[in-house]
Structure formats: C-alpha cells, structure tokens
Design a protein around this ligand. Structure first.
Ligand code: LIP
Length: 287
C-alpha cells in the first residue's frame, strides 16, 4: 500500500475497512522493528510517572515509525502517542497508538508485548485531543510480534485473529459463573495505586477461579475476545493502552465499560462476556 489511503463515506463500513487495513499495516511494520531490533540487553532510556514507568529507545523508535507512516498514508489525521503526545489534525480522525504496550515485559525479555494502533473520531473534540468518554473507535489493530499474532477489528465489521494458521473471526464466550471465571488484571506504576489494587484483588481472589497478570492491557482485551480469559479489569489505564483492544473485544461480542457501566477510561475498565460482566461488576463494586 503506497499511496495516500482514502476511506470512503465517513463512518461507513468502507471507511472502517480502509482504516483497519492501515492500522494492520503500520502495526506490523512497527512490530517488525521492535522484535528484530530488540537488543539482547534492553536499556532504560528514561522514566516517566514513576521510577518503574520506563521508556526504551525502541518505544521511541516505534512511535517515530508509526507517526511517519501514518502521516504518509493518512495526511490530515491527528495523532496521539504514548511517548510524543498529541498532534492535532484537520480530518476529524485521530490515530491513538501505543508503540510498545507491555514495555516492562519487553525490557525483561518476556514475550507478552504488542503494538497497539487505533483510529478514533471524537465529535465532541473534533480537532482536539480525543477523549475516551466521547470518542468512537472506528478501527484498531493489536499486533503481537513475538507470538506472530495480529488482532484487528473495524466498527460494525467484527474482529479477527490472524496467525500462522490463517485468519479467523472472534466470538467472545458469554462467560461462566463467577466462581469459574479466569480473570486478568493489571497494576499501575504508582505504589499507592498498587496498594489499592491489591486490596481489590484480595477481595476478589477467593470468589473466582484464578487471576492472570499478563502485563499488557491490549493483549488482555484481545484475550477476552478470544476466550483465553473470561474477563479483564484495570484502573489507571491511558487511552493508548486500550483504544484498539476495546474495539477488538466489543466487535467480538464482549461488554466493555467502566465499573459503573458507563464508557471505559482511566478511571476504570471492565471487559467480560455478556453473562459474566454484570456479576463481576457487582463483585468489584466498593463496599
Ligand atoms: C501497561 C499496561 C498494563 C498496565 C501497566 C502499563 P505500558 O502499559 O498495558 O495493563 O498494568 O501498568 O500501564 O506502560 O507498557 O504501555
């Protein structure tokens, strides 16, 4: 795909399909860069919100590639990246990217990391920074270079997983009873937040089958879409951590909200099959 990509009528299936193809193309290119270019010993280039919130040179290189490729393929669109922040566009569409989701896994050589690329429209902030409370995710791709798995979705087009065996449509299971549920979760970079998350976890653990901590929100959401876990919840995520995975999970039939049933965001995200979601939401309710 070399020329500028035009997506057809705004909000239509043709536009969603064209944006999905762009997301897949650039996510795979960045995935190739970070997996082939991973040094044996990855150094911490800088820290952000806390001493454990790290950036590596490959996070920055991956975001640079994504920004350049998207500017070439979709001139006029905005860009919001974990490392470089927001660059407004004129088209009303914004690409929300995490150049390496699961950076700590990448740093330690654990294989659960991914490139996450989503395209959103936010009519409440047409030329501003898109807000998960008001945005619509039109297309998204989560590419796992170590596992050679590519998860993608288009609004109204469903969700798929492509790997060495081919491409298959995803359909999230309704979900088991709470006591049988395998639940994924995650923890922030701030010690106080982790203490609070540990309290919630301690209350939930005796009531479910077991917990999984994969370390990568985008792959956690895709795992719900594929039935590899029954649910995923986390507080404190950034928009780029969940934008693409959110669409993969919802297009596969899972329910994704905050802990009050409204739009998910940094204040809370809960994803599960339609039968398990309300039960787990109640189990996670304070008090
Ligand atoms: C990570 C998320 C993960 C969360 C981590 C971190 P990063 O994103 O994917 O779910 O538990 O605290 O936010 O920093 O690797 O892009």
């Amino acid at each position: 795909m070399s020329a500028v990509v035009d997506g057809g009528a705004p909000g239509g299936p043709q536009e969603a399909a064209a944006l999905r193809a762009v997301a897949e193309q650039v996510a795979r290119a960045a995935g190739e860069l970070i997996s082939r270019g991973r040094p044996d010993r990855v150094e911490v280039a800088a820290t952000k919100s806390s001493p454990t919130d790290v950036v590596t040179a490959m996070d920055t290189a991956s975001e640079r590639l994504l920004r350049t490729e998207l500017a070439r393929l979709r001139p006029g669109d905005g860009f919001l990246g974990e490392e470089g922040g927001h660059e407004p566009g004129s088209s009303g569409l914004t690409w929300v990217v995490d150049p390496i989701d699961g950076t700590v896994n990448y740093l330690y050589g654990l294989r659960a990391y991914a490139v996450s690329v989503a395209c959103v429209r936010d009519d409440a902030h047409p030329l501003g920074r898109p807000d998960p409370a008001t945005w619509t995710v039109l297309a998204g791709c989560v590419h796992d270079p170590a596992g050679q798995e590519t998860w993608s979705a288009g609004r109204g087009l469903g969700a798929t997983l492509a790997d060495a065996r081919g491409t298959r449509r995803l359909s999230a299971p309704a979900g088991p009873a709470l006591g049988q549920a395998l639940v994924a979760t995650g923890f922030g970079y701030d010690a106080e937040r982790r203490a609070e998350q540990a309290r919630v976890l301690a209350g939930l653990l005796p009531r479910v089958r077991d917990l999984r901590r994969i370390g990568t929100a985008s792959l956690d959401l895709c795992s719900v879409a594929a039935g590899r876990v029954d649910a995923y919840y986390e507080r404190g995520l950034n928009p780029w951590d969940f934008a693409a995975g959110l669409l993969v999970a919802t297009e596969a039939g899972a329910v994704v909200t905050d802990f009050d049933g409204a739009a998910p965001g940094g204040h809370g995200l809960l994803a599960a099959g339609p039968a398990l979601h309300p039960v787990l939401r109640e189990a996670l309710a304070p008090g």
